[in-house]
Ligand binder design. Structure first.
Ligand code: PEP
Ligand code: MN
Length: 352
């Protein structure tokens, strides 16, 4: 439920409404607006009898939020949520944000090389996993904190924001120390303790759709994070499991406009995990942006054949440049453009 206050409502009116909400056994969340104050009511699945609230002085209107998720819904907040990163990049605004980099952090040399390409070719965010949730316990598990330190040095050198995955509360705290966006992977989308944990941190979170999760489940997972106070959540379509093995996952392009309609949160797409096929990453990137995605997260490796994970789906650096150029043309049709941090050439950047 959302309580809209009158423009003329006094502080005392607002406080009376807040106290009444608590008295009724719910939590009140003040949402200051330019014109007037709104108060969100959450905290219980049971129906709220709005009549007592409606009758209070200063209350203009009561809006019932019909969706099971509240804070993430468009009914709750009409305007798009914009998330600003340290380098000026805004996720969820008019610009398209391209995040690129290897699946895993493997060495300083690999990350510095990847970062130089991402920066020079129009990316704004560097990706790379330091904590890897691998299907097999015998696969490469990531470099841990050492990997985060390498990412932080690349951030320093190239001005790219950093996104990297957390797999539990402890790694989330470490990631928050070094990176700009905490990634919650598909396998952890319903790790509710982890969602609550990152909900208490003051860091943007990228929440990937679970391998077999419905759109509603993804939004409810995001609700866990917002319900703890962290409103900086980016949703990510990364493909779901289905019967067809022609691609690694089935990338659900329709999820993009559906999520944009149901929620005010930014939505990005991951065509690398969405297809698992290097030569399908560019066409699906174009499709995602055409469908309204606010950005892309793409795997790119300076030497994909040597990658310790996901080499088959990792772009070659020059393909990353091609992707940004092509996506830029699609974005222009929608009166948008790709946000980049650098207009310098790759040679200039590589030569320092
Ligand atoms: C990744 O980004 O490398 C990753 C493991 O993604 P997902 O959680 O979508 O499988
Ligand atoms: Mn990967």
């Amino acid at each position: 439920m959302l309580i809209l206050m009158q423009q003329t409502a006094t502080q005392a009116d607002i406080e009376r409404v807040l106290a009444t909400v608590v008295e009724l056994g719910f939590q009140a969340r003040p949402i200051p607006g330019e014109q007037r104050m709104a108060i969100g009511v959450v905290g219980n699945d049971r129906q709220i009898d709005g009549s007592r609230l409606e009758a209070l002085p200063g209350v203009r209107e009561i809006i019932h939020v019909s969706a099971p998720y509240k804070l993430v819904s468009r009914e709750w907040k009409k305007s798009d949520t914009e998330i600003r990163l340290f380098n000026g990049t805004v996720v969820g605004g008019k610009g398209i944000v391209v995040m690129g980099g290897p699946c895993s952090v493997e060495s300083e040399e690999q990350i510095m090389e990847a970062a130089a390409f991402v920066a020079a070719m129009g990316g704004a965010v560097l990706r790379g996993g330091a904590y890897k949730p691998r299907s097999s316990p015998y696969s490469f598990q990531g470099m841990g904190e050492e990997g985060l330190k390498i990412l932080a040095r690349a951030r320093e050198k190239y001005g790219l924001a950093i996104i990297t995955e957390a797999i539990d509360g402890e790694s989330a705290d470490r990631v928050a120390d070094y990176a700009d966006i905490i990634q919650i992977g598909a396998r952890n989308m319903q790790n509710f303790a982890l969602l609550r944990h990152v909900g208490k941190l003051d860091k943007p979170v990228l929440l990937k759709r679970g391998i077999s999760a419905t759109i509603k489940e993804l939004l409810l997972a995001a609700e866990y994070i917002l319900s703890e106070g962290n409103e900086k959540v980016i949703l990510c379509e990364r493909g779901i499991r289905s019967f067809d093995d022609a691609t690694r996952n089935v990338m659900d392009i329709a999820a993009i406009p559906i999520l944009k309609q149901l929620s005010h949160l930014p939505v990005i797409a991951d065509p690398s995990h969405g297809t698992g096929l290097r030569n399908k990453v560019i066409p699906m990137s174009r499709a995602a942006v055409a469908a309204g995605a606010d950005g892309l997260i793409v795997e790119m490796h300076p030497h994909p054949e040597k990658a310790l994970s996901d080499g088959m789906q990792s772009l070659y650096p020059e393909q990353f440049g091609e992707l940004v150029r092509e996506v830029g043309k699609i974005a222009a049709v929608l009166d948008r453009s790709v946000l980049s941090i650098s207009s310098r050439g790759i040679r200039e950047i590589l030569e320092g």
